[in-house]
Design a binder for this molecule. Structure first.
Ligand code: ADP
Length: 197
């Protein structure tokens, strides 16, 4: 803890009081996977399912955060690490208020995912949104694979920046084999074990 920082957590309303108000426990699902693997699509579908069940959620989407909080960060390893650190801290803040928090972020290295788990704590569910890079490139929902192939994008994950397959994921969603609805339903099911506990 830096000098002259005196945290005030103990003076504020405890998480449990807010969780009682919301009728749910805070939890974080951290969706990692290649660009175009389906993280945002699944998070959006899961959020709608949860909303229709009366659950309070937030999505922390990598691209959205990069347009604001993380707009000063690029795609070097150091910047990606900082991107993950900030996102994990924000996720922890939301989950601490009882919110079901869905993070959609490539998170390409085990080191980054370990840091996210460490920051978020025991309420973190790691989800690997899995799809072969060829399929992601064929989908290319944001046109990034085409841009990278044309040389217009440095440090693009799956091309000149690596992606280490998650080996410690609590849930693997294979989007080459399962529909968006199936993947979202599986995500909601594993979340339910925590938020409804
Ligand atoms: P990411 O957030 O991982 O970069 P997106 O969710 O933006 O990826 O894009 C994934 C693309 O793949 C979308 O066009 C989506 O419609 C398509 N898709 C096809 N099957 C699936 C599936 N089972 N799950 C998620 N996305 C899928």
């Amino acid at each position: 803890m830096p000098e002259n920082i005196h945290t005030q957590f103990h003076r504020f309303l405890p998480s449990a009081a807010k969780e009682r108000l919301l009728g749910q426990h805070g939890v974080v699902a951290w969706l990692a996977g290649l660009s175009g693997s389906g993280k945002s699509t699944i998070a959006a579908a899961a959020e709608r399912m949860l909303h229709s069940e009366g659950r309070f959620t937030v999505i922390l989407d990598g691209d959205n955060l990069r347009s604001g909080l993380n707009s000063n960060l690029g795609f070097t390893d150091d910047d990606r690490r900082e991107n993950v650190r900030r996102t994990a801290e924000v996720a922890k803040l939301f989950a601490g208020q009882g919110v079901i928090t869905l993070v959609s972020l490539i998170t390409p290295r085990e080191e980054f995912r370990a840091m996210a788990r460490e920051i978020v704590g025991s309420g973190c569910i790691e989800v690997y949104v899995k799809a072969p890079v060829e399929l992601c490139a064929a989908r290319d929902p944001k046109g990034l694979y085409r841009k990278a192939a044309e040389g217009g994008l440095a440090n693009f994950t799956g091309r000149d920046s690596g992606f280490e397959e998650p080996e410690r994921a609590n849930l693997v969603l294979d989007t080459a084999a399962s529909s968006v609805e199936e993947c979202a339903a599986r995500l909601v099911a594993i979340l339910r074990e925590r938020y409804a506990a």
